[in-house]
Design a protein around this ligand. Structure first.
Ligand SMILES: Nc1ncnc2c1ncn2[C@@H]1O[C@H](COP(=O)(O)OP(=O)(O)O)[C@@H](O)[C@H]1O
Ligand SMILES: Nc1ccn([C@H]2C[C@H](O)[C@@H](COP(=O)(O)OP(=O)(O)O)O2)c(=O)n1
Length: 235
């Protein structure tokens, strides 16, 4: 049996939308020479495939039946992460408002979660074996996907701060005012936290970091320090 590289480190970063998971994870992985996996992009990709193929995303049965059909491949270089569906670049289409509004329903379907979780575990195992490790970000990484991760972080921030960050991103692309962005974000968090199968939740052994009053650089620094402490403690 192949074993993980002795220095490999697995970092799980979870939290609600707009807390800074993607920006932080990418930067931490790049700084520390680790791979990076955006699991939300995988759920968005399968949702995009369902919409493109005429599957009613509110019909859990239909989504379950179709779940195994698309081939979703994630590129894990933090400097240039990629996502393809059946060989097609999905990076743009998965960020539309339509996908965002339907992704919670699709990702609540147990068959979808089983398939995507398997993909995630395979990617993490490969990174532990062939590289120095990986930062995996999502909603259930510390609780369900990688319960044995070396370090678990749970990012939080006030709904106001998160909505302001998100609407700053959308401005000029898809007009969305702050109140509408905040309402949509709260709705999605409630759906993700309330679903039966591996809901958004903080693992008991996760370190919680409230990013409301922190700059992105401060959050990155904080997580880098925690990873380095972990590594030092293992020597
Ligand atoms: N601490 C922070 N302070 C200010 N803006 C932030 C902070 N963290 C992230 N952002 C910005 O907020 C937006 C959402 O961040 P992102 O990393 O995509 O969050 P998530 O992955 O949790 O949804 C991005 O535009 C990002 O640059
Ligand atoms: N590990 C994960 C990651 C994301 N999801 C679902 C729930 C989220 O609302 C969607 C989209 O996740 P994503 O991280 O892209 O969302 P935001 O970047 O916060 O807008 O996917 C999940 O169920 N489990």
């Amino acid at each position: 049996m192949e074993t993980a590289a002795p220095s490999a480190v697995i970092v799980a970063i979870d939290g609600p939308s707009g807390t800074g998971k993607s920006s932080t994870s990418k930067a931490v992985a790049a700084k520390l020479g680790l791979r990076y996996l955006d699991t939300g992009a995988q759920y968005r990709a399968i949702t995009w495939w369902m919409i493109s193929n005429g599957v009613d995303t509110d019909d859990a049965q239909a989504v379950a039946v179709a779940a195994g059909k698309p081939s979703i491949v994630s590129g894990t270089d933090p400097a240039a992460p990629t996502i393809t569906v059946d060989g097609l670049d999905a990076a743009g289409p998965i960020r539309t408002q339509e996908v965002t509004s339907r992704v919670s329903a699709v990702s609540a379907v147990p068959e979808v979660r089983t398939l995507i979780t398997e993909l995630q575990r395979a990617i993490a195992a490969e990174a532990a074996r062939d590289a120095d490790g990986i930062v995996v970000e999502g909603r259930d990484i510390g609780t369900t996907v990688l319960p044995d991760a070396d370090l678990k972080i749970f990012l939080t921030a006030s709904a106001e701060a998160r909505a302001a960050r998100r609407s700053g991103e959308l401005r000029g692309k898809e007009a969305a005012d702050l109140a509408a962005t905040k309402a949509a974000l709260i709705r999605r968090d409630a759906a993700d936290s309330g679903r039966k199968t591996s809901p958004l939740a903080k693992a008991g052994d996760a370190v919680e970091v409230d990013t409301t009053e922190l700059t992105l650089d401060q959050v990155i620094e904080c997580v880098v320090t925690l990873v380095e402490e972990k590594r030092a403690g293992r020597k």
